[in-house]
Design a protein around this ligand. Structure first.
Ligand code: C5P
Length: 239
């Protein structure tokens, strides 16, 4: 798998036309395009269909977090949209994740749909130990918490987790190599972290074993996104 197939571009825009323009511009450079809250709420499921019509895969990043029944219904709808990957919050609990996973598997078998990869969100990359402890009352630290949530996601039968690049090796060590790690918080060495707190460069994240890296502003806010991608490519391919 080349690194470009591991690259997920975050379509963090509110307009379908703009999003589809990005897909056209970067279609040869990335394997998957991520539709998150902003785009989905503004443009609706049609934008997912439009990306599929361009022959591209979609990661539906809506981070479902609700009671098991509600999450499961949303997950079934996402599966019927034909997305490649979608995510749920691991803090929704084991029953929520398990029911979601089992219902999706059953539906996909029955309706002959390719089962989407179901990914659990652990601790957002915009949070750090201070926020976790002082605001969320989680005192055992990010690493322990991420490990706990990743193991819970694995127990529920999920395909992998979203985590920061700093926790990739920890997750692989405890959940095994085949358990997917999708990492946002990726910044080329010359780009500031913005609101992300646990960041790494694309090269570092891939070297640590990330299966997919999510990039938004680190590419799309650069003056020339294609040039930025080529520089990243060079950095990755240089030992
Ligand atoms: O612009 P930037 O590369 O920081 O964008 C990261 C993308 O990944 C955003 O769309 C954000 O919502 C998403 N994401 C994240 N942290 C997670 C899950 C998803 O930053 N834990």
């Amino acid at each position: 798998m080349s690194w470009k197939e591991k690259l997920i571009i975050a379509l963090d825009v509110s307009d379908a036309k703009q999003a589809l323009g990005i897909v056209d511009m970067l279609g040869d450079y990335a394997g998957v395009f991520k539709v998150g809250f902003e785009l989905f709420v503004s443009a609706g499921p049609k934008v997912v269909e439009d990306i599929h019509n361009k022959g591209k895969k979609v990661f539906l990043d809506l981070k479902f977090h609700d009671i098991p029944n509600t999450v499961t219904k949303a997950a079934l709808a996402a599966s019927r949209l034909g997305v490649y990957m979608f995510n749920v919050h691991t803090s929704g609990g084991l029953d929520m994740m398990k029911r979601c996973r089992d219902s999706v598997a059953e539906l996909c078998l029955k309706e002959n749909i390719q089962r989407p990869k179901i990914i659990g969100v652990t601790v957002l990359t915009s949070l750090d130990n201070g926020v976790l402890k002082n605001e969320l009352s989680v005192s055992h630290g990010i690493k322990t918490h991420v490990k706990h949530l990743a193991l819970l996601a694995q127990k529920a039968g999920l395909d992998g987790v979203v985590a920061s690049p700093h926790e990739i090796s920890l997750i692989k060590q405890h959940c095994g190599k085949g358990f997917l790690v999708v990492t946002p918080g990726i910044r080329p060495s010359w780009v500031p972290p913005d609101d992300q707190r646990r960041t790494a460069t694309p090269k570092e994240a891939l070297k640590n074993g990330a299966d997919y890296i999510v990039m938004g502003r680190g590419i799309l806010k650069q003056e020339d996104p294609i040039k930025a991608l080529e520089l990243i490519s060079l950095e990755i391919l240089t030992a």
